[in-house]
Design a protein. Structure first.
Length: 214
């Protein structure tokens, strides 16, 4: 099922509570929270104190995207906050299967993120157990970048594989998602649409969320 996940990286941090309330009223399904450490990606966004504040204010589910080295260090704190979905980058850990299990055993949905250069084959042996796969459609680290259309092939591959093998994962796309690129990804089989700058810069958030759901 199509779900729209506004990325709070594009919100006005001086009015975060206001933007959360307004985006929920506009029909957002899940909030996407980008944690960047300045190491795995060349930018720092926000960390656990802000995630904690968001978790107190938001009433829809939260999806935390860890763009960090050593993603293991955040799992207990995220579980304690009642976070619903957590993804980590396959490029950032030596033990993805163990980390996936740990997230799931903590009561959260586990997702694996793939940078634009990383092939689906890299996560072949996780597909039967993973809850969702986050296909990066830009290089991680910044909002407002241009969609990389070669990443769409991976969405198609994952959609075909789940039909063939009966896997239960959802497919999430993140980076440069607007009305047009969402349509391309939807046709390829994506279910979860993360969108930052496009949604937050829209005149009418309700209309922008509604359009993306169709
Ligand atoms: C990029 C982040 C994205 C980002 C998307 O590293 O993972 O979630 O906020 O922003 P837009 O939609 O502006 O590309
Ligand atoms: Zn993200």
């Amino acid at each position: 099922m199509t779900k729209v996940l506004p990325s709070l990286l594009a919100s006005d941090f001086t009015r975060l509570g206001h933007d959360i309330e307004k985006m929920e009223a506009a029909g957002a399904d899940i909030f996407h929270l980008d944690i960047m450490d300045g190491q795995f990606v060349p930018n720092i966004s926000y960390g656990m104190p802000v995630v904690e504040a968001i978790s107190r204010t938001a009433s829809i589910p939260l999806d935390v995207h860890l763009m960090t080295l050593d993603p293991e260090q955040f799992i207990d704190a995220l579980a304690a906050l009642g976070i619903d979905m957590v993804s980590f980058h396959i490029e950032a850990t030596n033990h993805p299967h163990r980390l996936m299990q740990r997230i799931q055993q903590s009561g959260m949905k586990a997702g694996i993120a793939l940078n634009p250069h990383t092939p689906v084959a890299h996560i072949q042996h996780l597909l039967a157990e993973i809850d969702f796969i986050l296909i990066m459609t830009v290089n991680p680290g910044f909002g407002g970048q241009k969609f990389i259309d070669t990443c769409v092939d991976k969405v198609r591959t994952l959609d075909a594989l789940r039909a063939e093998k009966g896997y239960g994962y959802e497919i999430e796309v993140d980076g440069g998602i607007n009305q047009e690129t969402a349509e391309i990804c939807r046709e390829a089989g994506a279910d979860l649409f993360v969108s930052g700058s496009h949604l937050f810069k829209s005149e009418d958030w309700q209309e922008a969320v509604r359009e993306m759901k169709q």
